[in-house]
Design a protein. Structure first.
Length: 204
């Protein structure tokens, strides 16, 4: 990825930042796809530092038997280990879904410079949907927050994933029902008696 090489002319800093944000979010989207491929809810994250990828992560609580293994935490841990520091003030984290309260606090503890997310999470989002921990001046002095970058793509990944899961569930239910229907019953045995049987010769 190239940095903001040209800041002159009609291309302003804001435009360059937008392009860079989208490019970073596309890396996070690729990570989210990785999560979907292993059956996890598709959320992905990437940690950037001075325009470079430092670490990536995708959602994996089921695989890891770890309820804290959200994409942000996985990426954050990799970044902190790589940099040998529990504080990451030069880093920005991009994540496809609005962070939950656990991730929001972890990112603030790590003193991330900025957190950028894609889709809103109306049930657990802690960056404005349910509450906004980043906006609390008592809790947060370091981390800027921004949402809505490639929100439609990020959200579509989740919609497709859950639609596929619902379809699998429906098919499983239909298949269980079909198996239940072929269990033989007494009525079936009676009906199976051939009508051409010379009943007169057997029965008294
Ligand atoms: Zn989280």
């Amino acid at each position: 990825m190239t940095g903001p090489a040209n800041t002159s002319g009609i291309t302003g800093i804001a435009d360059i930042r937008d392009i860079t944000d989208e490019a970073a979010m596309r890396i996070a989207i690729d990570q989210a796809r990785n999560a979907g491929l292993v059956g996890e809810v598709p959320v992905g994250a990437v940690v950037m530092r001075r325009g470079q990828v430092i670490a990536t992560g995708y959602n994996r609580p089921i695989t890891e038997h770890d309820p804290t293994a959200h994409a942000e935490i996985v990426a954050l841990r990799h970044a902190a280990t790589l940099l040998g520091n529990y504080r990451l003030p030069e880093c920005e984290l991009f994540v496809t879904l609005e962070p939950c309260a656990m991730c929001a606090m972890a990112l603030m503890h790590a003193r991330f410079k900025r957190v950028v997310f894609g889709a809103l999470e109306p049930k657990t989002g802690a960056a404005g949907s349910v509450l906004n921990l980043f906006d609390n001046s008592v809790l947060n002095h370091h981390t800027a927050i921004q949402g809505g970058v490639l929100a439609d793509e990020c959200s579509q990944l989740l919609k497709d994933f859950f639609a596929e899961r619902r379809e699998q569930y429906r098919q499983r239910r239909a298949s269980d029902f079909a198996e239940a229907e072929v269990i033989p019953t007494g009525d079936v045995t009676e009906v199976a008696v051939p009508t051409t049987t010379p009943l007169d010769g057997i029965n008294p």
